[in-house]
Design a protein around this ligand. Sequence first.
Ligand code: ADP
Ligand code: ASP
Ligand code: MG
Length: 401
Amino acid sequence: MLIVKKFGGSSVADKEKIYHVAQRCIEDYQKGNEVVVVLSAMGKTTDKLIELAKEMAPNPSKRELDMLLATGEQTSVACMAMAMGALGVPCVSLNAFQVAMHTTSTYGSARFKRIDSQRIRHELDSKKIVIVTGFQGMNKYDDVTTLGRGGSDTTAVALAAALKADACEIYTDVEGIYTGDPRVVPNAKKLKEITYDEMLELATLGAKVLHNRSVEVAKKYGVQLVVRSSLNTAEGTIVKEEVDVESMLISGVAVDKNTARIAVIGVKDVPGTAFKIFNLLGKHNINVDIIIQSIGREGTKDISFTVARDDVSEVIALLEENKSRITAQRIEKDETVAKVSVVGAGMQSNPGVAAKMFEAIYNAGINIRMIATSEIRVTVLLDEADADNAMRAVHDRFIEY
Ligand code: ADP
Ligand code: ASP
Ligand code: MG
């Protein structure tokens, strides 16, 4: 069997943990499997590198930021190879260039385009464990790119697809995927399995247990994933196309605090205004989530929407620059909001999910600011200070014990 095993930052945070992970990989190798290991940066390394960059310059170049961030993963693969070497197992560490993992050119949020499997194949054929940097890639200018926070999951899945691996295992600091973040919702339940579509929504809406792109890639190439603990051997959660058990109404709740509300006030109530605003943002690769347009009064209206907090300064700058073209009187921002969502394929055939959610939030005495729905999710925007309470209230309303 060819197994791709990915370990997150907390699983390789120090020497002891690296040796522990090395042992687990060696066990699989000694059973006769081919083993490819994908690693994140050790512990909080990426956060620290981002802080370092901010110390260096208030607005560091995105290219140089990726150059810096990619060093985190390079450190962990080299250390892992040293540990496995000390344990007497043949192995080799490789970065994105050595593998040739080609991505789009957008620094900070690059996407895989093509991965060469030749070099890894060659190393596996010579009976080595291959240890690959997560999170990084190379673009057409031969520059280093990164995939966005949490992107090592996507490296693992993309490699599993490229190598046609028999298994793709994501090891982390919880025992699997739960009905809510177990650190916020103490009575969250571990799921045996979950569909790609549900996991994609959860990941996109803030459940950072998997990078959302990793789920997209897994669905596209039919890579079945298992998410499990790097600390014990408890059964994890399987992510796949369809689940065997009759789908639960709700598979989980998620909270996303990396969100901000932008309001474009007093734009002309004429055709084309929304197009101008969102076309402008789209051209600059800004992801917009919930959108609300107020009812027009006296020829003007307001358009509000949410974006990731990292994008706020760019969005404000863009809108201010184009203020007269989009006919705005004023632009406002609010960075003290959060999104809480419920996700479940079961809601397609069960009306009333939204009402149940709003009731739980009302009972908790929390005010809702904006609402968005899709076939399999309901999202509300509320004050960040209320987010964890809202998440617990909504979770307990849906998940039975
Ligand atoms: P890693 O470093 O291994 O990639 P992450 O910190 O990126 O780990 O993701 C694991 C974390 O995701 C958990 O510690 C947990 O707090 C959080 N999390 C959020 N939502 C969920 C969920 N629904 N199920 C499990 N974990 C979740
Ligand atoms: N080290 C990167 C991060 O912290 C990638 C990852 O952990 O998946 O975001
Ligand atoms: Mg992660």
